[in-house]
Design a protein around this ligand. Structure first.
Ligand code: DGJ
Length: 530
């Protein structure tokens, strides 16, 4: 069996695990949960009961290399055994030089040698500042992206981890790796240390300009305009107002690339980078240089070892974020999203509309409790979102994962085609899906729905559809003028179990007027006539 890998089918990038398409129906754990096997033990049962097929959690530089040159993998081996015992897979989050734009996961021997591992200077001459957030100042320090030594040591530890996985993880329990976590610099557009200043005075590397020009169609307007105006010169000459972010992104991407490439040289499973989204006006108010959509083409150029960049979504603009992070062939991979009641419809939409590879609410072990907003803007969360107050019901969320999990072969066979679509209540602009000459619509009505409905439709044969609905009323409209009328031939309520369709009820009579409440899967055959 091949190691986990990506492939492009029907123009869509997908993940293959043991040679079969795999969607991570996942959750990301709190940062400290995977630091001991004891703490993890009860979590696995809970996650299995939710019908997740995978988890995302950190494996950290701090714990892998606590003393320089001494590498420890007992923890990761134990996590692999625990996952296997629960029939689950996981993705590793490599918390190396960066975690939330800071360096708290660097081992003590790195943190304590500031000469060898220099810090970024948000203000010239200062290794530490209080970043002025809205309500209070946040103590802040981070490693400089411009230090070759930091990159070398981070890459070495990561490559040891990957080499170990190659030898130990022969069942492919680890399906992919996130390299670093929410990189970038807070508090300023760029690092002002001497090494950063020297790099900023240099010319923009030609390989970057070429890479961006080759991907010109996706560039955000200000970067595109700047590049059309000037293609050679200093960062400020070429990129104008966008110079600091482009500069930081290039060197941050270079660091991630060096780490990812060193890991892939040992064990080339899929790797990606995640980001703290663009928030506030200027780079520095969100981490400057992280792999946000504004610099996606830059990351594709400077970090080719990454299979995609991924948004961590803690803002209410879900629909817009999905759009922004699927340009340039980037598949939708959501490693973190706020744990709130909309997760059910958002998962259905991510899979149905964007053919996503992963959907993972953050802090999933807290499902059933209100979203933790206590860290607020310190971690990029828009706490003004009223939806955060509505709790995600574990029964509802578990059921939708179970149904999607069963449907996975059907769904992934339609990835990249027009035969798999979805609408979501959150997007008032789109209520209808067109499958050639058939329109399938979802209505969302006050009363029936709590504002979190969705309808996913998969066409598997002429006039045969699987509908996965949650709080919605579906309808079919024939667009064929020769056969304008439709009626149901059969409506089966059921699910896929071990790859086989199992019918639980044949719906007719009163039940023919379909109203989805709890997540339910139907197989529908339609007759069209005139
Ligand atoms: C985003 C980070 O990537 C996570 O590790 C975690 O800190 C969350 N924010 C907290 O909400």
């Amino acid at each position: 069996m091949s190691i986990p890998r990506t492939e492009t089918r029907n123009g869509q990038k997908i993940l293959l695990v043991d040679d079969k398409p795999f969607i991570l129906l996942s959750g990301e754990l709190h940062n400290s949960s995977s630091s001991t096997l004891e703490y993890m033990e009860p979590i696995w049962d809970k996650m299995q009961a939710l019908h997740l097929n995978s988890l995302l959690f950190p494996v950290t530089w701090q714990q892998v290399e606590p003393v320089e040159g001494e590498f420890h993998f007992e923890l990761v081996d134990g996590l692999i055994e625990q996952a296997k015992a629960h029939g689950m897979k996981f993705g590793i989050l490599w918390f190396g030089a960066w975690k939330n734009a800071a360096c708290s996961y660097a081992p003590a021997w790195v943190k304590t040698d500031i000469k060898r591992f220099p810090r970024a200077e948000v203000e010239k001459g200062l290794n530490f500042i209080n970043v002025p957030f809205k309500f209070f100042p946040m103590p802040y320090t981070t490693l400089s992206a411009f230090s070759e030594e930091t990159t070398k040591m981070d890459a070495r530890a990561f490559s040891k981890l990957c080499a170990h996985l190659r030898e130990y993880d022969t069942d492919h329990t680890v399906v992919l790796i996130q390299v670093e976590n929410e990189t970038g610099l807070l508090g300023a557009g760029r690092d002002h240390s001497d090494i950063a200043d020297a790099a900023f005075a240099e010319k923009v590397p030609a390989e970057l300009v070429e890479g961006l020009l080759a991907r010109k169609d996706g560039l955000v307007p200000d970067v595109k305009e700047a590049l059309e105006h000037c293609q050679e010169g200093s960062w400020e000459e070429v990129f104008g107002e966008a110079a600091e972010e482009m500069f930081m992104a290039y060197y941050t991407a270079k660091h991630i690339e060096a780490v990812a490439a060193a890991g892939k040289a040992e064990y080339p499973i899929p790797m990606y980078a995640n980001c703290w989204l663009v928030q506030g006006g200027k780079p520095g108010e969100y981490p400057s240089g992280g792999p946000v959509y504004r610099v996606m083409e830059l990351y594709q150029t400077a970090a080719p070892s990454l299979s995609w960049v991924a948004p961590d979504i803690y803002i209410p603009q879900y629909i817009d974020t999905c759009k922004k992070y699927t340009k340039q062939g980037n598949p939708l991979f959501i490693p973190e999203i706020a744990l709130q009641f909309r997760a059910t419809s958002r998962l259905m939409y991510a899979v149905g509309k964007y053919h996503a590879i992963c959907f993972a609410p953050f802090g999933i072990e807290d499902i059933g409790k209100p979203a933790d907003t206590s860290l607020g803007e310190l971690v990029g969360m828009d706490v003004s979102d009223p939806a955060l107050k509505n709790v995600l019901d574990p029964v509802v969320y578990g059921r939708v994962n179970e149904l999607i999990g069963g449907m996975m072969p059907v769904l992934t066979s339609l990835y990249g085609t027009n035969d798999l679509q979805a609408v979501i209540e959150e997007d008032p602009e789109e209520r209808t899906m067109k499958f050639g000459d058939m329109a399938v619509s979802g209505s969302f009505m006050p009363g029936l729905s709590a504002g979190a409905g969705a309808l996913l439709a998969a066409k598997t044969a002429p006039d045969e559809y699987y509908l996965l609905g949650y709080d919605t009323i579906p309808s079919f409209t024939s667009l064929d003028p020769e056969k304008p009328f439709t009626e149901y031939l059969s409506i089966e309520e059921g699910e896929f179990i071990d790859g086989e369709w199992v019918m639980h009820r044949l719906l007719n009579g009163d039940e023919e007027h379909i109203r989805f409440g709890a997540p339910t899967l139907l197989r529908i055959r339609i007759h069209r006539y005139s």
